[in-house]
Design a protein around this ligand. Structure first.
Ligand SMILES: Nc1ncnc2c1ncn2[C@@H]1O[C@H](COP(=O)(O)OP(=O)(O)OP(=O)(O)O)[C@@H](O)[C@H]1O
Ligand SMILES: [Mg+2]
Length: 309
């Protein structure tokens, strides 16, 4: 399958600072593709390049079959829906007026923009806010309005830069549900996040970014299989209480030990077997917790720092 968006060795400088150090990725039509990474990883830089707010530096960027030589051209932008990281709504307009004015940028007549606007308010569960001014909306409602606004031109690709940052868990789940619905209707979703759960819940495939580099690409399951052992025992006890022979014994059982601020993480191919050895290792079970490895383990092991749970 040829990619609807792809990057090859993309490099971006801000003056002397190299924000992207040669990243490559390929996004298939109809999938939800994620860019997962810590602050400053280069996620927004990549998104801005795709939606045409930032010029392509070195390397290749392809969007809908066209190589972008500098800035994404208007004919392609017309098929993109953009949710920027910062809400940039017009505070002086009401909710519906924000949608109408934005529709105008895509050449929609006021009446058509109004009709689509009402549909989108319904879709994002904002119908009762139609005549409110943006200043009166909570952060979560503003985010939903920015998402509604991004859909006014019925985009083929929807780019969402941290769509749910700062939202409470309930609001986040509502956004997830709407995004899934958009994907089911055929849209391609490109999103950035630093929430592991968001990446797992939404993304068919993703890249893990760190300091301007792509460290890995794949589905959440593939990444777990490829980069970490399948079981983890987390040990939460003060380091001074850990028996001296512990490290040697764990290694003899074929497990890998990773020491993190939250505790010791023992990665193993056979979790239950290792769990059965807790006594021999001198660990009381009540400070230990066995679980399958997940995306956060991959993220921690590749980047060396944690995401947001
Ligand atoms: N306009 C700019 N001028 C100078 N440096 C910039 C500019 N925009 C981004 N940077 C720098 O480039 C790096 C990547 O920034 P970017 O905003 O792409 O990261 P991010 O992954 O989106 O981070 P966050 O999770 O904080 O949104 C950072 O070190 C940032 O300080
Ligand atoms: Mg960002």
């Amino acid at each position: 399958m040829s990619c609807i968006v792809s990057g090859k060795n993309l490099v971006k400088y801000y003056d002397d600072f190299k924000a992207l150090k040669g990243i490559s990725f390929g996004i298939n039509e109809g999938e939800c593709f994620g860019f997962l990474g810590h602050n400053g990883a280069g996620k927004s830089t990549t998104m801005r390049m795709i939606y045409g707010l930032s010029a392509v530096g070195e390397g290749e960027l392809w969007v809908m079959g066209e190589r972008i030589s500098l800035l994404t051209p208007p004919a392609i932008k017309a098929q993109l829906g953009v949710v920027p990281q910062e809400d940039n709504l017009d505070d002086e307009l009401t909710v519906i007026e924000n949608l109408e004015v934005y529709g105008g940028y895509f050449g929609l007549k006021r009446k058509e923009a109004h009709r689509r606007g009402l549909e989108l308010l319904e879709f994002m569960s904002l119908k009762d806010k139609e005549h409110e001014y943006v200043t009166a909306l909570s952060g979560g409602l503003k985010r939903r309005l920015v998402i509604a606004r991004a859909l006014i031109n019925r985009p083929r690709i929807i780019i969402l830069d941290e769509p749910t940052t700062g939202l409470d868990p309930q609001a986040r789940r509502l956004v997830w549900q709407k995004l899934r619905q958009l994907k089911n209707e055929g849209a391609t979703l490109v999103l950035t996040t630093h929430y592991m759960e968001e990446a797992v819940q939404l993304c068919d495939r993703l890249v893990i970014m760190n300091e301007g580099l792509v460290l890995a690409e794949g589905s959440p399951d593939e990444l777990v299989k490829k980069y970490v052992l399948p079981y983890v025992i987390e040990v939460h006890m003060p380091p001074v209480e850990i028996p001296e022979t512990f490290f040697e014994k764990v290694q003899a059982f074929g497990a890998e030990i990773v020491n993190r601020a939250e505790g010791l993480f023992l990665y193993s191919a056979s979790g239950r077997e290792l769990w059965g050895k807790l006594d021999e290792l001198g660990l009381p079970p009540h400070v230990c917790y066995l679980r399958p490895a997940h995306l956060e383990d991959v993220y921690l092991s590749l980047t060396g720092h944690g995401g947001t749970a």
